[in-house]
Design a protein around this ligand. Structure first.
Ligand code: PRP
Ligand code: ADE
Length: 183
């Protein structure tokens, strides 16, 4: 890792707050709100993610509800690309594609407007945290079912003690997975 990359990671990490036992006992919640409140750190984050989109040759940005929206929307503006929301089921008014996925306990479902993605699109997925990888993997599935190509997945933070990376790399089949911070 270059010195510049390391100092970017260090700055971003310094703006993330650990909240023990939230939302349930045993979970160390990574709270990004201090980073969002710091315009210098938020700008560096946005610019870094936009740079990854350019390198990957992305033509559209998918953000994952809800915290992923906060990062992906300014990245899309910075990169000059369209922002496509992937929402939790039941929130999008038009015709959707849906994808169910496993949570630690139970299942969840995400959706995208079918008309927002098509063959020829190269889509970068942006989110705040990669944990088990279930949410990002489901978004990859949605993008491919829409006929589009996945340019990569970029997250602010990866929880390295969980198997999210292995799961996603297998789903990505060679497209890059980039985490700016690994904890
Ligand atoms: O890798 P995974 O195990 O799928 O977990 C990562 C996801 O969990 C969080 O979303 P969550 O839906 O919990 O909350 P949010 O609505 O606040 O973004 C986070 O923003 C990621 O999208
Ligand atoms: N520990 C964690 N902190 C913040 N967001 C998460 N999403 C899944 N696990 C998380």
């Amino acid at each position: 890792m270059s010195t510049e990359t390391q100092s970017t990671s260090d700055l971003l990490l310094s703006r993330i707050r650990d909240v023990p036992d939230y939302p349930k006992p045993g979970v160390m919640f990574k709270d990004i709100t201090p980073l969002l409140a710091d315009p210098e750190a938020f700008t560096i984050l946005t610019d870094t993610l936009a740079g990854l989109c350019a390198v990957a040759g992305a033509t559209k940005i998918v953000g994952l509800e809800a915290r992923g929206f906060i990062l992906a929307a300014p990245v899309a503006v910075r990169a000059g690309l369209g922002f496509i929301p992937v929402r939790k089921a039941g929130k999008l008014p038009g015709a959707t594609l849906s994808q169910a996925y496993e949570l630690e306990y139970g299942t969840a479902e995400i959706e995208v407007h079918a008309e927002d993605l098509a063959a020829g699109d190269r889509v970068m997925v942006i989110d705040d945290v990669l944990a088990t990888g279930g949410t990002a993997e489901a978004s990859i599935e949605l993008i491919r079912r829409a006929g589009a190509e996945v340019a990569g997945v970029a997250v602010l933070m990866e929880l390295g003690f969980l198997p999210g990376r292995a799961r996603l790399e297998s789903a990505l089949g060679g497209a890059p997975l980039t985490a700016l911070i690994t904890v």
